[in-house]
Design a protein around this ligand. Structure first.
Ligand SMILES: [Zn+2]
Length: 1092
């Protein structure tokens, strides 16, 4: 094979990208024509397609012959994911709401006092600030709140001027740092400890982001607030040093903090300031005893103002929420600092921009962060160091990630009959990390050091630097990501695969018919089948399709093109499933279009009067898998299923939902499948390359934990539409279905992660099956799925050679082409722990930790899982404190700059529905979310655990960019504004009670707040700038997410608001989840215990 012998001019490294399109023209890779951007054609729906209005016609339920009440009349009472609008909200007025009631406003009329910039830190170890200072500072804070706030509502105190927090939220337009004004003003207790202890900051500038203690008077954050005013005395403080905030000493924390106890009732409401009192003294959970002097002084201030300077006994410790690390600020900073330049992957160990930053990637030898993100880009050289730090070493890999249009899909390289060039010993694939020696006749493998001969047809001379002169012309020598065409050796049974098939398997039991689902689905499929994934420039998809309907029995359809009408074959022996027809079952859509259309027209009619309520499930999957086996191809089953499969058949299930198990040692059984049948079935599916996507439409418990086993183990997806109703849910369902059917999938895949000597992949998280310890088997892998891989040391690493990863995914493309996709990534190695902490990525850490915890609940009590996370987090931070930060007061919490959001994000994981369910969360919801998170990428887990909250009415209407987000806390809501909240699955529009009438009119087309329909799921289409802006924002958010987010309009103080508040993750949650501030205090206490 010598197609690669021609030698195009060698471009400079930085310009290699542009010439790649020439690969194919110049015969590289032997790909005829422009095959490289193979996925371009199906990277998304064709324009206009998604806009096609749903064509389903809701069918009214049969008016007679209602089926047995046990199933058909199943109540839909549980509030479920995505079904919030219809949930039966049982919560009365919330205790949280009570707690957050804000007392009368305090008007501080003076402008921002200059004194606010006089941080107590200027007087280290000195006397506490005088009361005047405190007052002035307080005044400064309050003013900023009062200026832009609407008057406090008479009810819940959203964003009233007394809320410091909302003050910052009200300055979205004051620049990226606008939300920090309050941090200048210290919290009220000025007396504690050694406020001036800042050395860690100065001594480890790039590393630390420590916290301003309430005690220290909250020094102004130089980097966050812009240039320091003169005379600040911060000259020696590096500008890059952000918020140095220390927590109060945790002296008052009683042993056995209760924050982990899920059943702990919400603490008594002591004060009108949400979350303030409860964490004073660093205490957690229920407030310990009365805390006199506190409530009244704070809101009322006068007491404070007249406090004599000396510290009070037991001074109230409060953390200013604005002085603790803000996710919004970190995200904004990263966008501002790293969003404008492309991320060039040529340098080893570079930490990429955050997932929340829009940036372009230039592949110069390492895989794009869209494909691989790591918890750290600098790995400790020894396992001892790694154990000390407790920072998980993991990579989140999304092998088939969709790229933005501006970035080229991986080039396909064809090495001909000899196949891809690999290391003889470790089998790593040729990549830019290999070193050519002996004039180019041999190469040394960077993974195992083996020296290999270069085959004659691959030989090329080296330049004076030892690089092959054709390095920049070959993707596998210059890029981080590329593909190889696989030879027959890489195929099952040494046979090139057939194109895959899609089989649509539709529940036609009473429930499916009654809700209109079957009619809607059949109507949609008629057009959707034209949008099956296609390869490159192919005119039509190579994917064949087949159809099955079922209830207690299965109906197969012969849709052979030569037939005038489809033929049905019924298989009632579900215990011994077989496929009654081969010829005519899997067909080409275009060839059989007439018959298929006829079938899809007939199915809703055929079963219109069904009274069958029972369904089978395992036999359906079995049938689909057998059909693929008979056709000798891989493929995907699309199952549309409505109920617990109670009909007599393999995989029959019983209702075993039992919420009483929550918080017991048996809670884990709620997440485990109730029978082993499905694991066995899944294993067979994987062998066949049969991936299962499951669309559930339950009216009641369906045992998602069991039904999702096969999708989970075959790389499939689960979608759940509780209490499905066509009129409410069709948009969401059809949108998900269209995306799911069209997305890029690799079939019959095996993924292997190779590493250089010293570390190895030891654990894997995601939707796949493993029959040995190294190969991740994926019946299907789509563009959204990620696999998280954890690494451990097995030897000492070397700073010079670094640590290398190579992920190789062998798969069958939608056109039936067998390929290998290769991603390479080189990381640095360090002998100093500080380098580890300086190069971490918290979003990726959280992705790993969430998956680790969500898998842990299968085997351990949930409380144990939560405690493990907390302990690990504390160990990570304590190790930093001990080894990387300079000595300082124990009263300070010092966090590594790259991990300053670890506590807030971890707290969100801890109080998520899987680990700490609220009363409204069903067992199925938890199993569903657990399953979803297991394949999420870093961007998805980021927004899922910490939702985005966007003010809609604060910024100018003509502003086309996304409004700056505010922190997910009730304090940030102003009753005069409207906000949008999204987390990738849910989407809310929250309307404050005192929003201007004009705004209400513009957005909802009604004249007053009271006329807005609570629970509304569609905004009226109105021709005014605000309406257009909000609707287009919603569209763009939906387009960013993997699943369609159904909108729910929530009004302030409406009962639906409880659902919304569940997502305000910085606040204390009703089910006992700690507030951010409380959790930070708790974490501080844990760290101190570890250090003492
Ligand atoms: Zn090797």
């Amino acid at each position: 094979m010598n197609v690669n012998q021609s030698a195009p001019p060698v471009p400079p490294f930085g310009q290699n990208q542009p010439i790649y399109p020439g690969y194919h023209q110049s015969g590289y890779g032997g790909q005829p024509g422009p095959a490289a951007p193979a996925y371009g054609a199906y990277n998304g729906p064709l324009p206009g397609y998604q806009q096609t209005p749903p064509q389903g016609v809701p069918r009214a339920p049969p008016s007679s012959g209602a089926p047995p009440a046990s199933t058909a009349q199943a109540p839909c009472g549980q509030t479920t994911y995505g079904q919030f609008g219809q949930g039966d909200i049982q919560n009365g007025p919330s205790s949280t709401a009570q707690m957050q009631r804000v007392p009368g406003s305090q008007q501080f009329g003076s402008p921002m006092a200059p004194q606010v910039n006089q941080p107590a830190v200027l007087q280290p170890y000195g006397p506490p600030p005088t009361s005047t200072q405190v007052t002035a500072q307080l005044a400064g804070m309050q003013i900023s709140g009062a200026v832009s706030q609407a008057p406090p509502s008479s009810g819940l105190g959203y964003g009233s001027p007394t809320s410091l927090a909302s003050a910052s939220g009200s300055f979205p337009n004051s620049g990226p740092y606008g939300s920090y004004p309050q941090s200048q003003a210290p919290p009220l207790s000025q007396t504690q400890g050694h406020p001036g202890v800042q050395p860690p900051l100065r001594s480890a500038p790039p590393l630390a982001s420590s916290f301003t203690p309430p005690a220290s008077g909250g020094p102004r954050m130089p980097s966050m607030t812009g240039p320091l005013p003169p005379g600040q005395g911060f000259g020696s403080l590096p500008v890059s040093q952000p918020n140095h905030v220390s927590l109060p000493p945790a002296h008052a924390v009683p042993p056995g903090s209760q924050m982990t106890g899920p059943s702990v009732p919400p603490p008594p409401m002591h004060s009108p300031q949400p979350g303030y009192q409860l964490q004073q003294n660093g205490s957690f959970g229920p407030a310990r005893g009365p805390q006199p002097n506190y409530e009244s002084p704070y809101p009322g201030t006068p007491t404070f103002g007249s406090q004599p300077g000396p510290p009070q006994p037991l001074p109230p410790k409060r953390l200013d929420p604005d002085a603790i690390p803000s996710p919004i600020q970190v995200i904004e900073d990263d966008r501002n600092n790293r969003g404008s330049e492309p991320f060039v992957t040529g340098v080893r160990g570079q930490v990429p921009p955050l997932v929340t930053t829009n940036f372009l990637v230039k592949d110069q030898g390492n895989a794009s962060p869209r494909y691989i993100r790591c918890t750290s880009y600098n790995i400790p050289c020894t396992s001892d160091m790694a154990k000390q730090a407790q920072v998980p070493l993991a990579a989140v890999i999304k092998p088939l990630a969709r790229l933005p249009l501006e970035e080229a899909s991986p080039y396909v390289v064809d090495h001909g009959e000899s196949g891809p060039l690999r290391c003889n010993r470790c089998k790593a694939y040729m990549c830019p990390l290999m070193t050519f020696i002996e004039g180019g006749r041999r190469f040394q493998c960077s993974f195992c050091s083996c020296i290999n001969d270069v085959p004659p047809q691959y030989f090329q001379h080296l330049d004076h630097t030892g690089k092959r002169v054709d390095a920049y012309d070959r993707p596998e020598l210059s890029l981080g990501s590329y593909e190889f065409l696989a030879t027959v050796d890489y195929c099952k049974n040494n046979k090139f695969p057939s194109p895959p098939a899609f089989i649509f398997m539709i529940d036609v039991s009473y429930n499916a018919i009654r809700t209109g689902l079957v009619r809607l689905l059949c109507e949609e499929l008629k057009s959707l089948l034209d949008y099956l994934p296609r390869e490159g420039g192919a005119e039509e998809s190579a994917i064949r399709v087949g159809f099955v309907t079922y209830n207690k029995v299965l109906h197969f359809y012969n849709v052979k093109s030569s037939l005038a009408q489809p033929q049905m074959m019924v298989v009632s022996d579900v215990a011994d499933m077989f496929v009654p027809l081969l010829d005519g079952f899997l067909v080409n859509v275009n060839e059989s279009r007439g018959v298929i259309t006829s079938l899809l027209d007939q199915i809703p009619e055929m079963f219109a009067d069904t009274r069958e309520t029972e369904t089978v499930f395992a036999p359906v999957i079995q049938a689909g898998m057998e059909a693929l086996k008979a056709a000798e191809c891989a493929g995907k089953l699309f199952l549309f299923h409505t109920s617990l499969p109670i009909a007599e058949a393999p995989g029959k299930l019983k209702n075993r939902d039992d919420r009483k198990l929550i918080n017991t040692d048996k809670e884990k059984t709620l997440f485990q499948p109730q029978t082993g049948t499905y694991q066995t079935l899944a294993k067979d599916c994987v062998t066949q390359g049969c991936c299962v996507d499951l669309f559930l439409f339950p009216n009641q418990y369906v045992d998602v934990a069991t039904l999702s086993v096969v999708p989970q183990l075959t790389g499939g997806s689960v979608y759940k539409y509780a209490c499905f109703q066509v009129e409410n849910d069709q948009e969401r369902f059809l949108s998900d279905l269209r995306r799911d059917v069209q997305k890029v999938v690799g079939f019959d895949a095996v993924m292997r992660v190779r590493t250089s000597t010293g570390i190895r992949a030891v654990d894997f998280f995601g939707a796949f099956y493993m029959s040995n310890t190294t190969d991740v088997e994926l019946a299907g892998l789509d563009e959204d799925k990620t696999v998280t891989v954890e690494f451990k040391h097995d030897d000492r690493l070397n700073e010079e050679s670094g640590a290398l990863l190579q992920c190789a995914l062998l798969y069958t493309s939608c056109a039936g082409q067998r390929r290998l996709r290769i991603h390479n990534l080189a990381l640095n190695c360090c002998t100093q722990l500080a380098d580890l902490y300086r190069n971490c990525e918290t979003d990726t850490l959280i992705n790993y930790m969430a998956k680790f915890a969500y898998r842990g609940v299968l085997n351990s009590p949930v409380k144990t899982v939560r405690d493990t996370l907390i302990t690990q987090c504390a160990q990570i931070l304590a190790c930093y404190r001990k080894n990387c930060a300079s000595p300082s007061s124990a009263g300070q919490l010092i966090l590594p700059e790259c991990m300053k959001l670890l506590p807030v994000y971890l707290n969100c994981v801890l109080k998520s529905d899987v680990l700490q369910p609220g009363a409204e969360v069903t067992t199925d919801d938890r199993a569903y979310v657990r399953q979803l998170v297991s394949s999420m990428d870093v961007a998805e887990t980021n927004v899922f655990f910490y939702p985005r909250l966007l003010p809609l009415t604060k910024s100018p209407i003509d502003n086309t960019t996304e409004p700056p987000a505010v922190r997910a806390s009730e304090e940030r809501l102003s009753s005069g504004d409207i906000y949008l909240l999204e987390n990738g699955l849910n989407l809310f529009v929250w309307v404050g009670a005192s929003v201007q009438q004009g705004v209400v009119q513009s957005l909802f087309n009604v004249s007053s707040f009271s006329q807005i329909t609570s629970g509304l799921s569609v905004l009226p289409v109105l021709d005014n700038p605000l309406s257009k802006k909000v609707r287009s924002l919603i569209d763009s958010l939906r387009a960013q997410r993997m699943r369609y987010m159904k909108l729910i309009v929530v009004k302030q103080e409406d009962k639906l608001e409880m659902l919304f508040k569940h997502f305000l993750v910085e606040d204390k949650s009703l089910n006992g989840g700690a507030s951010y501030v409380d959790f930070l205090c708790h974490m501080h206490k844990e760290i101190r215990q570890l250090l003492s």
